[in-house]
Design a binder for this molecule. Structure first.
Ligand SMILES: NC(=O)c1ccc[n+]([C@@H]2O[C@H](COP(=O)([O-])OP(=O)(O)OC[C@H]3O[C@@H](n4cnc5c(N)ncnc54)[C@H](O)[C@@H]3O)[C@@H](O)[C@H]2O)c1
Length: 368
């Protein structure tokens, strides 16, 4: 069965198919922001047999040239003005991989211009922006996907499904972290926005949004309140003007009685155990480590096994799911609700550290 007939069969050639894609066979794409992530997304798009890349946008000429060369077989137009991509009526879907503070404005304009949108995470950096995007995305029939690609990881999805079926008993507690051994490169290509909280949202919002989303996913809901502390210890005013934290420790409380203890920091030495990213989900029958292994440990210590085997998967699964949703009307794994919930959870974590108080989800006045 070829890929196209798989899509058609999977959807039963639904009416949604005709409604979502202009000719039903190809998808005309525009890329906005082709830096580190955007150039990777361009590769994912190029791997889709239905893709046609019509326009590429970036402010940096060298990145634009590199991306245009990578997509040369489509002879795409290039521009530094992202609104020109939206003005092109033949473009059906746009990828947005610019710095986080630009996502809401670009995604809202893209949806209003009638485009399907793949928007990198975090989908927004403020509760107000997220609420605006949520309103517009809900009002349109266009496909919106957040770049939270963990939602397309087959092993993680299956492990979470099994946990929801009771594989570890009742979920009691989650301990998760995102620890790095160093700060982001102070002279790297993203240093012009990364260390400015208004532009990136800081580590918690820009990076840990992935991890916090996976925690919400396994717990089965968003937190209702949070408390915590954080600050800058090792990288004070480095690089100069920095206003993002280098460590944070937050506890989230959920309506179902589960708590999540989350830490993020950028001074975990290489080689020291318990490094990088971990999500330990503790249940009444035992615990499972979700981020790396899906390894289950029974509470009595007598049993250790993979909850579900590792799945060899192509790196473009999230983009494939986005294309499939547009071409067949299927659901995307990381829709606007997933994007908004993940981003708000991370923002909540920043707010508790900055304000030194318990922050309640109800303060956001958002229905998710
Ligand atoms: N899903 C993931 O795993 C993942 C991984 C890395 C980055 N990201 C996300 O992707 C986004 C971009 O991160 P990055 O690492 O690629 O950053 P980057 O700095 O490498 O790239 C951003 C690009 O956007 C361009 N840009 C900035 N303003 C623009 C504008 N007004 N119009 C057009 N282009 C503009 C810049 O010139 C740059 O080339 C961020 O939101 C980040 O969180 C996601």
């Amino acid at each position: 069965m070829n890929r196209r007939s798989f899509f058609v069969n999977a959807a039963g050639l639904s009416a949604a198919h005709a409604a979502f894609a202009q000719d039903g066979n190809t998808l005309a794409v525009g890329m906005i922001g082709v830096g580190n992530r955007g150039s990777g997304l361009l590769q994912e798009v190029m791997q889709q047999p239905e893709a046609r890349v019509l326009q590429i946008c970036d402010l940096k000429p060298e990145r634009l040239d590199k991306a245009a060369t990578a997509a040369a077989k489509f002879n795409p137009k290039t521009t530094s003005d992202w609104r020109k991509v939206l003005d092109d009526k033949s473009i059906e879907a746009v990828y947005i991989a610019t710095p986080p503070h630009l996502h809401v404005e670009m995604a809202v304009a893209a949806l209003k211009a009638g485009k399907h949108v793949y928007c990198e995470k975090p989908i927004g950096t403020t509760p107000e922006g997220i609420k605006e995007l949520l309103k517009v995305a809900r009002a349109t029939r266009k496909v919106f996907q957040a770049g939270q690609q963990l939602r397309s990881y087959a092993q993680l999805s299956e492990a979470i499904r099994l946990i929801h079926e009771g594989a570890i008993g009742d979920i009691l507690f989650v301990k998760a972290q995102r620890h790095a051994s160093a700060d982001l490169d102070h002279n790297g290509p993203s240093s012009d926005w990364y260390f400015n909280k208004a532009k990136s949202g800081g580590y918690l919002v820009e990076q840990s949004v992935h991890n916090l989303d996976a925690c919400n996913w396994v717990i089965g809901q968003h937190p209702t309140r949070a408390a915590g502390f954080g600050g800058v210890k090792l990288y004070k005013n480095s690089p100069p003007g920095r206003d993002i934290m280098d460590h944070q420790s937050i506890t989230y409380d959920y309506a179902n009685g589960v708590q999540l203890s989350f830490t993020q920091l950028v001074f975990h030495p290489r080689g020291m155990p318990a490094a990088n990213q971990i999500i330990n989900v503790y249940g009444s029958k035992g615990a499972v480590e979700l981020m790396n292994s899906a390894q289950f440990y029974s509470l009595d210590g007598k049993e250790q096994r993979m909850l579900t085997p590792k799945v060899d998967q192509k790196n473009d699964a999230h983009t494939t799911a986005f294309f499939k949703a547009i071409l067949t009307g299927s659901k995307v794994p990381a829709d606007i609700i997933v994007g908004a919930t993940g981003a708000l959870t991370a923002i909540m974590g920043n707010q508790v550290c900055e304000q030194g108080r318990v922050v309640h989800w109800s303060e956001y006045g958002v229905d998710l």
